[in-house]
Write a protein that binds this ligand. Structure first.
Ligand SMILES: *[C@@H]1O[C@H](CO)[C@@H](O)[C@H](O)[C@H]1NC(C)=O
Ligand SMILES: *[C@@H]1O[C@H](CO)[C@@H](O)[C@H](O)[C@H]1NC(C)=O
Ligand SMILES: *[C@@H]1O[C@H](CO)[C@@H](O)[C@H](O)[C@H]1NC(C)=O
Ligand SMILES: *[C@@H]1O[C@H](CO)[C@@H](O)[C@H](O)[C@H]1NC(C)=O
Ligand SMILES: *[C@@H]1O[C@H](CO)[C@@H](O)[C@H](O)[C@H]1NC(C)=O
Length: 380
């Protein structure tokens, strides 16, 4: 090969190499762009991706019954999630989820796990939460700042735990927007005057199936909006005329299955809007003329399975809207027309008239026709 040829050949090679190089550079910048685009797409997709052993549907993510020891990795929880269920898993504590995650979360359900503690405000990064379910865990103390930061919380379920002390509804860290609080089936033994001072908007409170024996006077007095109060299946021995002070909106009060023996005069005076009152299965022996004073809106009164032997004449006279009176299984020996004063229909007093009366399983010896003669609305 001549020198000329060799140079020409080298020149061609050089040009070729240059062009290849340029192409490679273009290709690599193209590749970089592709990688970047892929990353963006992947992160968008992965935010929509549902973690293993979970079901994602619409705005709901359900990781129940999956044996999860904690929340799934954050990037596997769709950011659109509004309802997040983690029931029946193996969680023993509540870890924080980063605040930027789950901006839309409204309902969190952690029922039937083994959570023991609510210390260090585990929900504080979830300020939009409206419903929180923690039933069926192993919580024994509801510490003061357990629900700090939950300024939108409406419903809180703490049923079926081992709760002995409750401090979270008293101070400035209380979820003050709370409307429904379920504490049934725990181990509370007493209610103090401060217990519920931080949750003034409560409409429903369930304290049933605890071991409550004492309720301090005025403990519910800040609950002006409370409509339903469940206190059944406890160990309550004593009520005073100030136990229910301030419950001006209360419609329904359930005190069944306690150990109440004595109902003091005007005991329900603080709850004169009452419509439904259940005192079944206590040890009440006497109803006086003043026991139910002022309950003009009461429509149903259940006094079954007590030890009632005495009902003073006119004991029900204020109960002008009473529809049902139940006195099953007591020790009544005598009733008469005066027992039912106030229960007959009467236009002058807007009295609607008793419709349903149960008096079976007592010790009545005589029942006279005239005892019921004025109860003309009675159908049962
Ligand atoms: C307990 O209270 C909650 C909230 O008020 C209510 O949803 C639930 O039905 C109550 N349970 C019982 C057994 O009364
Ligand atoms: C309920 O409280 C009493 C003391 O007031 C205690 O002796 C009893 O063991 C408690 N019962 C339960 C089931 O915790
Ligand atoms: C409760 O009864 C006592 C007397 O036994 C009385 O001094 C007190 O004023 C009553 N309280 C209310 C709120 O009626
Ligand atoms: C009793 O019921 C009437 C009619 O529903 C209502 O206007 C009144 O405010 C109620 N009384 C109380 C004390 O809530
Ligand atoms: C029922 O009341 C009578 C008195 O009227 C009393 O002697 C008896 O001990 C009471 N029984 C129960 C189970 O409280």
């Amino acid at each position: 090969m001549s020198n000329l040829h060799r140079r020409k050949y080298a020149g061609t090679l050089f040009i070729c190499w240059q062009q290849l190089n340029m192409m490679a550079r273009k290709l690599s910048s193209c590749l970089l762009l592709c990688v970047y685009l892929l990353t963006v797409v992947f992160s968008m997709v992965s935010a929509q991706y549902c973690s293993r052993r979970c079901r994602c549907e619409g705005t709901k993510m359900d990781c129940s019954h999956g044996g999860h020891p904690g929340f799934p990795p954050e990037d596997l929880i769709p950011s659109s999630t509004e309802t997040f269920l983690m029931n029946d898993n193996q969680m023993i504590a509540v870890s924080l989820i980063a605040v930027s995650r789950l901006p839309n979360l409204l309902e969190l359900s952690l029922e039937d796990n083994s959570i023991t503690t609510l210390e260090r405000s585990p929900f504080r990064l979830r300020p939009n939460l409206q419903i929180l379910r923690l039933g069926g865990n192993k919580i024994s103390q509801v510490v003061r700042d357990a629900f700090r930061g939950l300024s939108q919380l409406l419903k809180l379920f703490l049923d079926r735990n081992n709760i002995e002390t409750v401090e979270a509804f008293a101070g400035i860290d209380s979820p003050s927007s709370l409307e429904i609080l379920d504490l049934q089936r725990n181990k509370l033994t007493s209610i103090a005057t401060s217990t519920f001072t931080g949750v003034p908007l409560l409409t429903e409170l369930n304290l049933s199936s605890n071991n409550i024996s004492t309720i301090k006077d005025g403990s519910f007095s800040g609950l002006k909006k409370l409509r339903v109060l469940y206190l059944h299946s406890n160990q309550i021995l004593r009520l005073t005329n100030e136990t229910f002070m301030g419950l001006s909106s209360l419609k329904s009060l359930v005190l069944a299955n306690n150990k109440i023996q004595n109902l003091p005069d005007m005991v329900f005076n603080g709850a004169i809007a009452l419509e439904f009152l259940d005192l079944v299965s206590n040890g009440i022996s006497k109803i006086t003329r003043k026991t139910f004073s002022g309950l003009f809106n009461l429509t149903a009164l259940y006094l079954d399975s007590n030890n009632i032997s005495t009902v003073e004449d006119g004991a029900f006279r204020d109960l002008v809207t009473l529809h049902t009176l139940s006195l099953f299984t007591n020790s009544l020996q005598d009733i008469s027309a005066s027992t039912f004063i106030g229960l007959a229909p009467d236009d002058r007093t807007d009295n609607t008239g008793l419709e349903v009366l149960y008096v079976s399983r007592n010790r009545l010896t005589t029942v006279r026709r005239e005892d019921f003669a004025r109860l003309t609305k009675l159908t049962f």
